[in-house]
Design a protein around this ligand. Structure first.
Ligand SMILES: [Zn+2]
Length: 289
């Protein structure tokens, strides 16, 4: 059961580099309705915040509720932020997101509702701890592989936020000395070798080097210029040798990464999630295990 001092429903928002997903959840943890739309981070901060507010309104309307029925809205953001002052310091996969007063901007769009923000990996592991794969456990680590790689840590049954509320940035643990440049500016972070963005970069390089692959055909058919997790999963399941090789490399580095995390934290469990893991399914985790 979720701890709360109200019995009103809440809205949780997952803001990612690719999509915005809002869910209305009641006090028992039941999802009443969800809504989503593309993030389009390239359109700028103000427009992204408007898109989030619209998605929240869609979800609330779909649940047959009004904004005034809610206890509050909590939005995730994929970056370094402070939940106390509501400011996103820096979000590597979201152009222009530097020192953005995200909670304030979103509450201006959602008048009359309390708005909170937290790091997406932190909210991901909190959700798994409260209602998901980690229910009833006390020590766990979440690794969320999507556009970037986020993380979250529960120790002794509580979210471990760190002295500056920036703990569990495990996507920026370095696994490859002198590796590819990461969105954070460092080289060889796990995010720069194993996120969907990194896999996409390496597959496009392979195609440019005239490696055979089903990817161009799938992208043409879908009319997309980005390689979505769904398209990647399709090519993977059809045995595309280029995709299997590059995903295999990501799995290898994720295996090194999670072994270091386990040695460091000694968790009861590690929970993998995120768009890429969900699209590729449990088979993706086998080599990492
Ligand atoms: Zn990094």
């Amino acid at each position: 059961m979720i701890k709360s001092n109200t019995d009103k429903p809440v809205v949780g928002v997952d803001l990612g580099g690719t999509k915005v997903l809002a869910g209305v959840v009641d006090i028992s943890g039941k999802i009443l309705h969800t809504a989503k739309r593309a993030t389009k981070p390239e359109v700028g901060v103000g427009t992204v915040v408007e898109r989030i507010a619209k998605t929240v309104r869609d979800a609330v309307k779909g649940a047959g509720l009004e904004l005034s029925d809610l206890a509050g809205v909590c939005s995730a953001a994929p970056g370094v932020l402070n939940p106390d002052d509501g400011i996103v310091r820096y979000a590597p996969n979201m152009p222009g997101w530097e020192n953005v007063p995200f909670a304030k901007l979103l509450s201006e769009q959602l008048v009359g509702v309390s708005v909170f923000i937290e790091n997406d990996g932190n909210l991901g592991i909190l959700g798994e701890h409260a209602l998901g794969a980690g229910a009833g456990r006390q020590d766990m680590v979440g690794i969320f592989v999507g556009t970037g790689i986020g993380g979250g840590i529960i120790l002794g049954g509580k979210l471990w936020q760190g002295a500056h509320k920036t703990a569990a940035e495990i996507g920026h643990m370095i696994v490859l000395a002198d590796g590819p440049v990461c969105g954070c500016g460092a080289r060889g972070c796990i995010e720069s070798v194993a996120s969907r963005t990194a896999i996409e970069r390496d597959i496009f390089a392979g195609i440019k080097a005239r490696r055979e692959s089903l990817v161009p055909e799938i992208m043409n058919r879908d009319g997309r210029d980005r390689l979505t997790s769904g398209a990647l999963a399709e090519a993977y399941s059809q045995g595309d040798p280029l995709v299997i090789e590059i995903i295999g490399r990501a799995q290898f580095y994720l295996g090194l990464h999670v072994a270091s995390v386990i040695n460091f934290v000694d968790p009861e469990m590690v929970i993998f999630g995120g768009g890429l893991v969900e699209a590729l399914g449990d088979g993706f985790l086998e080599p990492i295990r």
